[in-house]
Ligand binder design. Structure first.
Ligand SMILES: *Cc1c(COP(=O)(O)O)cnc(C)c1O
Length: 408
């Protein structure tokens, strides 16, 4: 394997400038997070859990505040009771939309597990509650289709415009905050007065700003991705305008109690420490993404985003063109993991997905994709999605294994 180390050192030389830019972004974000902690006078007592109703649980309330401050938002909900990204996005949408309203997605079809939330039949979906849905695809070059967005706004009774920042299982690049900010201006320019909502999964701390800094009203995501810093054991967050956070809070709990209840006896230290670590951890993941990207490019596999620029999310999709190479890649990621490294990955019919999915996640937190992981639906053209890495060195080790398996 040491032959590969020589090669990887050369890759690092080629990536030097990008790595320096990533360090710069991490530094800006680290400053924001520390200032959020300082401005809210976070102290050891905030880590202590409560029980029962959790009235006056300062750990819970201040966690929402430091997330909001870090993301340029007015208010935030951060909760271990938000079970996953999908649950978090679902709670937010059910809070924001009422029967007769319309949800307009302007970044193509949303992520696989969100589609049934929107338009499933007879499962308590938004559609079952009489909420209409329409969708505008991105243009061929991955931008917003501004004309189509404008005409979609005219037709309906749109209350929420939905944007998915990361690619999900689509072959496109993540949207930048620059693009999201520009489309927010277009929406407001057309007189749109509803809520601009961003699925922010995999995008947190990748740039120096977040969608809420550039015009989005609400962002939401998972704590076992970027903002949990690899330390939060579970949970989700929703940040944005106070008025929307209040409505969503009443949906998270009950209309009569909102955000004044909720306890978590184990305490909140992992959530605070995770947010503190997140800017650095995201930088590690970005470096892993670029390193794997350069390695796969040299092996001849098409992969996105381009290794010539700083990515806009932490995921990388790699097109293998055949099942064998894809499955071997995913298996090597698993074999390179600190946990369950002896396990051989197999495709599986997972809840929420239409196709069989193969997933490598030898993670400390079950399924955490801020940790080094890879997955994808086993169908033509055999694309694997790689993401994470708590340490850059782990990405390096994984690439060494992948090279020794796939280099023909
Ligand atoms: C991961 C992800 C989700 C859903 O998150 P889960 O925690 O897996 O439910 C939603 N949207 C995007 C873009 C994602 O990457």
């Amino acid at each position: 394997m040491t032959d590969y180390l020589q090669y990887i050192n050369e890759c690092e030389e080629r990536l030097k400038d990008k790595f320096a830019l990533i360090d710069g972004i991490a530094f800006k974000n680290q400053c924001k997070v520390i200032e959020a902690f300082r401005n809210n006078r976070i102290a050891v007592r905030h880590f202590t859990g409560t029980t029962g109703y959790g009235y006056g649980d300062e750990g819970r309330d201040c966690l929402g505040k430091i997330y909001a401050d870090s993301f340029g938002a007015e208010a935030g909900i951060v909760s271990p009771h938000l079970l996953s990204g999908t649950h978090t996005l679902s709670v937010a949408l059910f809070g924001l939309l009422m029967p007769g309203d319309e949800l307009l997605c302007i970044s193509g079809m949303p992520y696989d597990t969100i589609r049934p939330v929107i338009s499933g039949d007879g499962i308590g979906s938004l559609k079952d509650y009489g909420i209409k849905f329409s969708c505008v695809s991105l243009t061929a070059d991955g931008g917003f289709d501004v004309d189509a967005v404008k005409s979609a706004l005219k037709n309906g009774n749109v209350k929420v415009v939905y944007i998915q920042r990361s690619r999900g299982y689509e072959l496109r690049d993540a949207l930048s905050c620059g693009q999201i900010g520009a489309v927010c201006d277009v929406l407001r320019g057309c007189g749109f007065g509803g809520c601009i909502f961003v699925d922010n999964c995999y995008g947190e701390f990748v740039e120096e700003c977040e969608p809420t800094d550039v015009g989005a009203d609400i962002i939401a995501g998972s704590l076992i991705k970027n903002p949990g810093g690899g330390i939060a054991p579970t949970g989700g967050y929703i940040c944005g305008k106070q008025k929307y956070i209040d409505i969503i809070g009443r949906r998270l709990t009950a209309p009569s109690i909102g955000l004044e209840v909720g306890s978590f006896e184990q305490g909140y230290r992992y959530f605070y420490q995770g947010l503190f670590m997140a800017p650095h951890t995201v930088a590690q993941a970005l470096k892993c993404s670029l390193l794997i990207g350069i390695g796969m490019t040299d092996l001849g596999y098409i992969n996105y985003p381009s290794i010539d620029k700083i990515p806009h999310d932490i995921t990388r999709c790699i097109e293998f063109g055949n099942a064998e190479d894809m499955i071997n890649f995913i298996r090597e990621v698993q074999y390179a993991s600190p946990v369950d490294s002896y396990v051989t990955c197999e495709p599986w019919d997972m809840p929420g997905y239409d196709d069989d999915i193969i997933m490598a996640a030898g993670t400390f937190v079950s399924g955490a994709s801020i940790e080094l992981s890879a997955d994808g639906p086993v169908k033509s053209p055999y694309i694997a999605y790689f993401q994470g890495g708590l340490t850059y060195e782990h990405g390096k080790y994984a690439l060494m294994r992948i090279l020794s398996k796939l280099k023909k």
